[in-house]
Ligand binder design. Structure first.
Ligand SMILES: CSC[C@H]1O[C@@H](n2cnc3c(O)ncnc32)[C@H](O)[C@@H]1O
Ligand SMILES: [Zn+2]
Length: 436
Protein backbone atom coordinates (compact mmCIF):
# COMPACT_ATOMS: atom_id res chain seq x y z
CA UNK A 1 0.00 0.00 0.00
CA UNK A 2 1.35 3.46 -0.88
CA UNK A 3 1.29 6.03 1.93
CA UNK A 4 2.67 9.55 2.33
CA UNK A 5 5.40 8.92 4.91
CA UNK A 6 7.05 6.00 6.67
CA UNK A 7 9.26 6.72 9.67
CA UNK A 8 11.32 3.71 10.74
CA UNK A 9 12.67 4.43 14.21
CA UNK A 10 14.92 2.76 16.79
CA UNK A 11 12.42 3.66 19.53
CA UNK A 12 8.85 4.92 19.52
CA UNK A 13 7.40 6.34 22.73
CA UNK A 14 3.69 6.74 21.97
CA UNK A 15 2.87 8.16 25.48
CA UNK A 16 -0.48 6.38 25.29
CA UNK A 17 -0.54 3.65 26.48
CA UNK A 18 1.62 4.91 29.32
CA UNK A 19 5.08 3.40 29.92
CA UNK A 20 5.32 1.68 26.54
CA UNK A 21 8.54 2.04 24.56
CA UNK A 22 8.49 0.24 21.22
CA UNK A 23 11.75 -0.83 19.59
CA UNK A 24 12.36 -1.06 15.83
CA UNK A 25 8.87 0.11 14.95
CA UNK A 26 7.50 2.24 12.12
CA UNK A 27 5.05 5.12 12.19
CA UNK A 28 2.88 5.24 9.07
CA UNK A 29 1.46 8.62 8.04
CA UNK A 30 -1.13 9.29 5.37
CA UNK A 31 -3.28 12.36 4.77
CA UNK A 32 -1.69 14.06 7.79
CA UNK A 33 -2.77 11.29 10.18
CA UNK A 34 -1.15 8.33 11.89
CA UNK A 35 -2.60 5.33 10.08
CA UNK A 36 -0.46 2.55 11.52
CA UNK A 37 2.23 1.78 14.09
CA UNK A 38 3.85 -1.61 13.64
CA UNK A 39 7.17 -3.52 13.73
CA UNK A 40 9.54 -2.26 11.03
CA UNK A 41 9.91 -5.71 9.45
CA UNK A 42 6.16 -5.88 8.86
CA UNK A 43 5.94 -2.26 7.75
CA UNK A 44 8.53 -2.88 5.02
CA UNK A 45 6.35 -5.73 3.66
CA UNK A 46 3.05 -3.89 3.93
CA UNK A 47 3.75 -0.24 2.99
CA UNK A 48 5.61 1.85 0.49
CA UNK A 49 6.20 5.49 1.52
CA UNK A 50 6.30 8.41 -0.89
CA UNK A 51 8.82 9.66 1.69
CA UNK A 52 10.76 7.32 3.97
CA UNK A 53 12.92 8.19 7.00
CA UNK A 54 15.32 5.72 8.52
CA UNK A 55 16.00 7.01 12.02
CA UNK A 56 18.29 4.37 13.44
CA UNK A 57 19.48 6.34 16.48
CA UNK A 58 16.28 8.19 17.23
CA UNK A 59 13.25 8.12 19.46
CA UNK A 60 9.92 9.24 17.99
CA UNK A 61 7.55 11.03 20.32
CA UNK A 62 4.36 13.08 20.05
CA UNK A 63 5.18 16.76 19.51
CA UNK A 64 5.50 18.77 22.72
CA UNK A 65 2.62 21.06 23.67
CA UNK A 66 3.48 24.39 25.31
CA UNK A 67 0.29 25.34 27.15
CA UNK A 68 1.26 28.90 28.10
CA UNK A 69 3.22 31.34 25.96
CA UNK A 70 3.42 35.03 25.14
CA UNK A 71 5.25 34.18 21.92
CA UNK A 72 6.16 37.63 20.63
CA UNK A 73 7.88 38.45 23.93
CA UNK A 74 10.98 36.79 22.41
CA UNK A 75 11.88 40.34 21.36
CA UNK A 76 12.15 41.27 25.06
CA UNK A 77 14.22 38.25 26.06
CA UNK A 78 16.87 39.40 28.54
CA UNK A 79 15.73 43.03 28.64
CA UNK A 80 14.60 43.02 32.30
CA UNK A 81 15.99 40.15 34.35
CA UNK A 82 16.20 39.29 38.05
CA UNK A 83 13.06 41.13 39.18
CA UNK A 84 9.88 40.16 41.03
CA UNK A 85 6.70 39.80 38.95
CA UNK A 86 5.05 43.14 39.71
CA UNK A 87 8.26 45.18 39.42
CA UNK A 88 9.05 43.31 36.18
CA UNK A 89 5.57 43.86 34.72
CA UNK A 90 4.68 47.34 35.94
CA UNK A 91 8.05 49.08 35.73
CA UNK A 92 9.63 47.34 32.75
CA UNK A 93 7.47 45.13 30.52
CA UNK A 94 4.21 47.11 30.40
CA UNK A 95 6.01 50.42 29.63
CA UNK A 96 7.98 48.69 26.84
CA UNK A 97 4.79 47.15 25.46
CA UNK A 98 3.09 50.53 25.61
CA UNK A 99 5.88 52.08 23.60
CA UNK A 100 6.60 49.37 21.04
CA UNK A 101 3.53 47.18 20.59
CA UNK A 102 2.44 46.90 16.95
CA UNK A 103 1.46 44.32 14.35
CA UNK A 104 5.07 44.27 13.13
CA UNK A 105 6.38 43.61 16.67
CA UNK A 106 4.03 40.65 17.08
CA UNK A 107 4.77 39.33 13.57
CA UNK A 108 8.56 39.33 13.99
CA UNK A 109 8.54 38.27 17.65
CA UNK A 110 6.17 35.41 16.89
CA UNK A 111 8.30 34.27 13.94
CA UNK A 112 11.31 34.10 16.26
CA UNK A 113 9.24 32.16 18.80
CA UNK A 114 7.93 29.71 16.18
CA UNK A 115 11.46 29.08 14.87
CA UNK A 116 12.71 28.43 18.41
CA UNK A 117 9.74 26.22 19.27
CA UNK A 118 10.01 24.07 16.15
CA UNK A 119 13.77 23.62 16.68
CA UNK A 120 12.98 22.59 20.26
CA UNK A 121 10.36 19.94 19.50
CA UNK A 122 7.19 21.96 20.16
CA UNK A 123 4.39 21.31 17.67
CA UNK A 124 1.59 23.24 19.43
CA UNK A 125 1.47 26.39 21.57
CA UNK A 126 -1.30 28.08 23.54
CA UNK A 127 -0.68 31.82 23.31
CA UNK A 128 -1.85 34.96 25.11
CA UNK A 129 -0.71 38.21 23.51
CA UNK A 130 -1.66 41.37 21.66
CA UNK A 131 -2.67 41.11 17.97
CA UNK A 132 -3.68 37.43 18.19
CA UNK A 133 -4.77 37.64 14.54
CA UNK A 134 -1.11 38.22 13.64
CA UNK A 135 0.01 35.28 15.82
CA UNK A 136 -2.56 33.13 14.00
CA UNK A 137 -1.37 34.32 10.58
CA UNK A 138 2.29 33.55 11.41
CA UNK A 139 1.41 30.11 12.79
CA UNK A 140 -0.54 29.35 9.60
CA UNK A 141 2.33 30.60 7.43
CA UNK A 142 4.89 28.41 9.19
CA UNK A 143 2.68 25.33 9.65
CA UNK A 144 2.74 25.03 13.47
CA UNK A 145 -0.41 24.28 15.49
CA UNK A 146 -1.60 27.10 17.78
CA UNK A 147 -4.38 28.23 20.04
CA UNK A 148 -4.52 32.00 20.04
CA UNK A 149 -5.80 33.91 23.06
CA UNK A 150 -8.74 36.27 22.69
CA UNK A 151 -7.20 38.61 25.23
CA UNK A 152 -9.08 40.81 27.69
CA UNK A 153 -7.41 43.24 30.09
CA UNK A 154 -9.08 46.17 31.87
CA UNK A 155 -6.89 48.88 30.44
CA UNK A 156 -6.64 50.41 27.02
CA UNK A 157 -3.83 49.20 24.78
CA UNK A 158 -2.96 49.72 21.16
CA UNK A 159 -5.01 46.60 20.34
CA UNK A 160 -8.29 47.61 22.01
CA UNK A 161 -9.52 50.48 24.14
CA UNK A 162 -12.12 48.82 26.41
CA UNK A 163 -13.60 45.45 27.40
CA UNK A 164 -16.30 45.60 24.74
CA UNK A 165 -13.71 46.17 22.01
CA UNK A 166 -11.42 43.36 23.27
CA UNK A 167 -14.35 40.95 23.21
CA UNK A 168 -15.69 42.17 19.87
CA UNK A 169 -12.28 41.81 18.18
CA UNK A 170 -11.78 38.42 19.81
CA UNK A 171 -15.11 37.13 18.54
CA UNK A 172 -14.37 38.38 15.03
CA UNK A 173 -11.05 36.51 15.09
CA UNK A 174 -12.71 33.33 16.37
CA UNK A 175 -15.11 33.59 13.46
CA UNK A 176 -12.29 34.09 10.93
CA UNK A 177 -10.49 30.99 12.23
CA UNK A 178 -13.52 28.69 11.84
CA UNK A 179 -12.13 26.86 8.83
CA UNK A 180 -8.53 26.53 9.99
CA UNK A 181 -7.50 22.99 10.82
CA UNK A 182 -4.42 23.83 12.92
CA UNK A 183 -5.46 27.08 14.58
CA UNK A 184 -8.20 27.71 17.10
CA UNK A 185 -9.04 30.29 19.75
CA UNK A 186 -9.40 30.41 23.53
CA UNK A 187 -10.56 33.26 25.73
CA UNK A 188 -7.56 34.71 27.52
CA UNK A 189 -8.53 37.15 30.28
CA UNK A 190 -5.13 38.28 31.60
CA UNK A 191 -5.43 37.79 35.39
CA UNK A 192 -7.87 38.30 38.28
CA UNK A 193 -6.16 41.60 39.20
CA UNK A 194 -6.62 43.06 35.69
CA UNK A 195 -10.09 41.84 34.66
CA UNK A 196 -13.40 42.91 36.25
CA UNK A 197 -16.31 40.69 37.31
CA UNK A 198 -18.45 42.14 34.49
CA UNK A 199 -15.90 41.19 31.84
CA UNK A 200 -15.45 37.72 33.37
CA UNK A 201 -19.22 37.12 33.43
CA UNK A 202 -19.43 38.00 29.74
CA UNK A 203 -16.46 35.74 28.95
CA UNK A 204 -17.99 32.85 30.85
CA UNK A 205 -21.27 33.15 28.92
CA UNK A 206 -19.51 33.35 25.55
CA UNK A 207 -17.06 30.55 26.37
CA UNK A 208 -19.99 28.29 27.29
CA UNK A 209 -21.88 29.19 24.12
CA UNK A 210 -18.92 28.78 21.78
CA UNK A 211 -17.36 25.88 23.73
CA UNK A 212 -14.02 27.66 24.00
CA UNK A 213 -11.35 27.16 26.67
CA UNK A 214 -10.60 29.99 29.10
CA UNK A 215 -6.86 30.52 29.67
CA UNK A 216 -5.87 32.83 32.56
CA UNK A 217 -2.97 33.60 34.92
CA UNK A 218 -4.14 32.65 38.41
CA UNK A 219 -2.55 32.58 41.88
CA UNK A 220 0.84 33.36 40.36
CA UNK A 221 2.19 34.87 43.60
CA UNK A 222 1.34 35.18 47.28
CA UNK A 223 1.14 38.95 46.73
CA UNK A 224 -1.70 38.46 44.18
CA UNK A 225 -3.71 36.38 46.64
CA UNK A 226 -3.08 38.65 49.67
CA UNK A 227 -3.95 41.83 47.75
CA UNK A 228 -7.22 40.27 46.52
CA UNK A 229 -8.11 39.21 50.07
CA UNK A 230 -7.44 42.75 51.33
CA UNK A 231 -9.48 44.33 48.55
CA UNK A 232 -12.51 42.06 48.33
CA UNK A 233 -12.18 39.54 51.13
CA UNK A 234 -11.80 36.54 48.86
CA UNK A 235 -9.00 34.62 47.23
CA UNK A 236 -9.01 35.01 43.41
CA UNK A 237 -9.83 31.33 42.83
CA UNK A 238 -12.90 31.64 45.06
CA UNK A 239 -14.01 34.71 43.10
CA UNK A 240 -13.61 32.93 39.74
CA UNK A 241 -15.46 29.90 41.10
CA UNK A 242 -18.36 32.10 42.20
CA UNK A 243 -18.40 33.55 38.67
CA UNK A 244 -18.78 30.00 37.29
CA UNK A 245 -15.43 29.93 35.50
CA UNK A 246 -13.82 26.94 37.22
CA UNK A 247 -14.88 24.05 35.00
CA UNK A 248 -13.32 21.57 32.52
CA UNK A 249 -12.74 24.37 29.99
CA UNK A 250 -10.59 26.40 32.41
CA UNK A 251 -6.78 26.48 32.32
CA UNK A 252 -5.33 28.15 35.44
CA UNK A 253 -1.76 29.20 34.74
CA UNK A 254 0.83 29.11 37.56
CA UNK A 255 -1.26 28.19 40.66
CA UNK A 256 1.65 28.56 43.08
CA UNK A 257 -0.74 29.28 45.99
CA UNK A 258 -3.09 26.36 46.61
CA UNK A 259 -4.71 25.25 49.85
CA UNK A 260 -5.93 21.67 50.30
CA UNK A 261 -9.52 22.84 49.67
CA UNK A 262 -8.47 24.61 46.49
CA UNK A 263 -6.75 21.45 45.22
CA UNK A 264 -10.01 19.56 45.89
CA UNK A 265 -11.99 22.26 44.09
CA UNK A 266 -9.80 22.00 41.00
CA UNK A 267 -9.99 18.21 41.09
CA UNK A 268 -13.79 18.11 41.46
CA UNK A 269 -14.52 20.72 38.82
CA UNK A 270 -12.20 19.17 36.22
CA UNK A 271 -10.30 22.43 35.68
CA UNK A 272 -6.70 22.17 34.45
CA UNK A 273 -3.44 23.60 35.82
CA UNK A 274 -0.69 24.88 33.56
CA UNK A 275 2.55 24.64 35.53
CA UNK A 276 5.34 27.04 34.46
CA UNK A 277 8.21 26.05 36.77
CA UNK A 278 11.03 28.05 35.18
CA UNK A 279 9.12 31.34 35.05
CA UNK A 280 8.01 30.77 38.66
CA UNK A 281 11.61 30.18 39.71
CA UNK A 282 13.04 33.15 37.83
CA UNK A 283 10.44 35.63 39.11
CA UNK A 284 10.57 33.98 42.56
CA UNK A 285 6.80 33.64 42.29
CA UNK A 286 6.40 30.45 44.35
CA UNK A 287 5.97 26.73 43.76
CA UNK A 288 2.97 24.84 42.43
CA UNK A 289 2.47 21.70 44.57
CA UNK A 290 2.44 19.48 41.48
CA UNK A 291 2.71 16.09 43.20
CA UNK A 292 -0.29 16.87 45.43
CA UNK A 293 -2.29 18.14 42.43
CA UNK A 294 -1.53 15.01 40.40
CA UNK A 295 -2.37 12.78 43.35
CA UNK A 296 -5.73 14.55 43.65
CA UNK A 297 -6.42 13.74 39.99
CA UNK A 298 -5.93 17.21 38.52
CA UNK A 299 -4.71 17.34 34.94
CA UNK A 300 -1.42 19.30 35.09
CA UNK A 301 0.05 20.52 31.78
CA UNK A 302 3.29 22.46 31.18
CA UNK A 303 4.09 25.90 29.83
CA UNK A 304 7.18 28.04 29.52
CA UNK A 305 5.40 31.38 30.00
CA UNK A 306 6.86 34.23 27.93
CA UNK A 307 10.51 34.23 26.88
CA UNK A 308 11.04 37.46 28.85
CA UNK A 309 10.49 35.64 32.14
CA UNK A 310 12.04 32.22 31.47
CA UNK A 311 14.07 33.12 29.20
CA UNK A 312 13.40 30.47 26.58
CA UNK A 313 10.66 28.41 24.98
CA UNK A 314 12.39 25.13 25.75
CA UNK A 315 9.94 22.38 26.70
CA UNK A 316 12.82 19.95 27.35
CA UNK A 317 14.11 22.34 30.03
CA UNK A 318 10.58 22.72 31.36
CA UNK A 319 10.04 18.93 31.64
CA UNK A 320 13.34 18.51 33.47
CA UNK A 321 12.68 21.42 35.82
CA UNK A 322 9.13 20.19 36.48
CA UNK A 323 10.44 16.76 37.45
CA UNK A 324 13.25 18.12 39.66
CA UNK A 325 11.22 20.86 41.31
CA UNK A 326 8.28 18.51 41.80
CA UNK A 327 10.52 16.22 43.85
CA UNK A 328 12.01 19.08 45.87
CA UNK A 329 8.61 20.61 46.70
CA UNK A 330 7.15 17.20 47.65
CA UNK A 331 10.30 16.21 49.59
CA UNK A 332 10.05 12.93 47.73
CA UNK A 333 12.42 11.72 45.01
CA UNK A 334 9.72 9.48 43.56
CA UNK A 335 7.40 12.44 42.89
CA UNK A 336 6.96 13.57 39.24
CA UNK A 337 8.94 10.76 37.57
CA UNK A 338 10.29 11.15 34.04
CA UNK A 339 7.25 9.59 32.36
CA UNK A 340 4.93 11.90 34.28
CA UNK A 341 6.92 14.96 33.15
CA UNK A 342 6.72 13.73 29.54
CA UNK A 343 2.96 13.22 29.86
CA UNK A 344 2.59 16.74 31.26
CA UNK A 345 4.31 18.06 28.10
CA UNK A 346 2.19 15.97 25.72
CA UNK A 347 -1.10 14.24 26.51
CA UNK A 348 -1.92 16.40 29.56
CA UNK A 349 -1.43 19.52 27.43
CA UNK A 350 -3.70 18.09 24.74
CA UNK A 351 -6.35 17.30 27.38
CA UNK A 352 -6.17 20.79 28.89
CA UNK A 353 -6.79 22.30 25.46
CA UNK A 354 -9.63 19.89 24.65
CA UNK A 355 -7.52 18.44 21.81
CA UNK A 356 -6.78 14.98 23.19
CA UNK A 357 -8.71 13.28 20.38
CA UNK A 358 -6.38 14.97 17.91
CA UNK A 359 -2.89 15.25 19.45
CA UNK A 360 -0.80 14.40 22.54
CA UNK A 361 0.09 10.77 21.73
CA UNK A 362 1.20 8.69 18.76
CA UNK A 363 -2.09 6.86 18.41
CA UNK A 364 -3.67 5.55 15.23
CA UNK A 365 -6.21 8.08 13.97
CA UNK A 366 -4.60 11.12 15.59
CA UNK A 367 -2.90 13.91 13.68
CA UNK A 368 0.74 13.17 12.82
CA UNK A 369 2.34 15.76 15.14
CA UNK A 370 5.64 13.99 15.71
CA UNK A 371 9.22 14.69 16.76
CA UNK A 372 12.43 12.70 16.33
CA UNK A 373 15.21 12.95 18.92
CA UNK A 374 18.73 11.69 18.18
CA UNK A 375 19.89 9.82 21.28
CA UNK A 376 23.26 8.70 19.88
CA UNK A 377 25.33 11.63 21.10
CA UNK A 378 27.74 11.30 24.02
CA UNK A 379 25.52 13.32 26.32
CA UNK A 380 22.77 10.67 26.19
CA UNK A 381 25.01 7.58 26.50
CA UNK A 382 24.81 4.93 27.81
CA UNK A 383 21.15 4.43 27.15
CA UNK A 384 19.30 2.26 29.64
CA UNK A 385 15.94 4.01 29.34
CA UNK A 386 15.00 6.41 26.50
CA UNK A 387 12.39 8.29 28.59
CA UNK A 388 14.91 8.89 31.37
CA UNK A 389 17.48 10.22 28.88
CA UNK A 390 14.92 12.47 27.20
CA UNK A 391 13.72 14.09 30.43
CA UNK A 392 16.89 14.13 32.55
CA UNK A 393 19.79 14.32 30.08
CA UNK A 394 18.81 15.30 26.52
CA UNK A 395 18.67 18.84 25.21
CA UNK A 396 16.40 20.41 22.61
CA UNK A 397 19.34 20.52 20.15
CA UNK A 398 18.90 16.76 19.78
CA UNK A 399 15.52 17.23 18.06
CA UNK A 400 16.37 16.54 14.41
CA UNK A 401 13.00 16.33 12.63
CA UNK A 402 9.47 17.50 13.34
CA UNK A 403 6.14 17.08 11.60
CA UNK A 404 2.79 18.82 12.19
CA UNK A 405 -0.21 17.06 10.64
CA UNK A 406 2.28 15.04 8.59
CA UNK A 407 4.07 18.10 7.17
CA UNK A 408 7.79 18.23 7.84
CA UNK A 409 8.72 21.60 9.45
CA UNK A 410 12.22 20.59 10.61
CA UNK A 411 14.48 18.32 8.56
CA UNK A 412 17.87 17.38 9.99
CA UNK A 413 17.67 20.54 12.15
CA UNK A 414 16.85 22.83 9.22
CA UNK A 415 13.61 24.79 9.34
CA UNK A 416 11.61 24.16 6.17
CA UNK A 417 9.18 27.10 6.43
CA UNK A 418 11.29 29.90 7.98
CA UNK A 419 14.23 31.80 6.50
CA UNK A 420 16.55 32.13 9.51
CA UNK A 421 18.91 34.69 7.92
CA UNK A 422 16.04 37.13 7.23
CA UNK A 423 14.61 36.51 10.67
CA UNK A 424 17.92 37.30 12.39
CA UNK A 425 18.15 40.63 10.55
CA UNK A 426 14.64 41.62 11.65
CA UNK A 427 15.35 40.62 15.26
CA UNK A 428 18.57 42.67 15.27
CA UNK A 429 16.58 45.73 14.11
CA UNK A 430 14.15 45.26 17.01
CA UNK A 431 17.03 44.92 19.44
CA UNK A 432 18.39 48.29 18.27
CA UNK A 433 14.98 49.96 18.60
CA UNK A 434 14.18 48.54 22.04
CA UNK A 435 17.63 49.30 23.42
CA UNK A 436 17.51 52.92 22.22
C1 LIG B 1 -2.88 40.78 27.62
S1 LIG B 1 -1.52 40.14 26.74
C2 LIG B 1 -0.61 39.29 27.99
C3 LIG B 1 0.06 40.18 28.99
O1 LIG B 1 0.63 39.35 29.98
C4 LIG B 1 1.87 39.88 30.36
N1 LIG B 1 2.64 38.82 31.03
C5 LIG B 1 3.68 38.13 30.57
N2 LIG B 1 4.10 37.22 31.48
C6 LIG B 1 3.27 37.37 32.55
C7 LIG B 1 3.16 36.74 33.78
O2 LIG B 1 3.98 35.76 34.16
N3 LIG B 1 2.20 37.12 34.64
C8 LIG B 1 1.35 38.12 34.31
N4 LIG B 1 1.40 38.77 33.14
C9 LIG B 1 2.35 38.39 32.27
C10 LIG B 1 2.43 40.37 29.06
O3 LIG B 1 3.51 41.21 29.25
C11 LIG B 1 1.21 41.03 28.43
O4 LIG B 1 1.08 42.32 28.87
ZN1 LIG C 1 2.15 34.35 31.38
Amino acid sequence: MIVDTLIHARWIIPVEPESVTLEHHTLVIDGGRIVDLLPTGLARQKYQGLATENLENHALLPGLINCHTHAAMTLMRGIADDLHLMDWLQNHIWPLEQKWMSEAFVRDGTDLAIAEMIRGGTTCFNDMYFYPEVTAAQAIQHGIRAIVGLIVIDFPTVWASNTAEYIEKGLALHDQLRHQSLISAAFAPHAPYTVSDEALQKIRTLADELELPVHMHLHETLHEVEEAQKQNGRRPLQRLHELGLINPSFLGVHMTQLSGDEISLFAHTGAHIVHCPESNLKLASGFCPVAKCLAAGINVALGTDGPASNNDLDMFGEMRTAALLGKAVAGDASAVPAMTALRMATINGARALGLDNEIGSLSIGKSADVIAIDLSCLETQPLYCPVSQIVYAASRQQVTDLWVAGRCLLKQRQLTTINTADLKLKVAEWQQRLAS
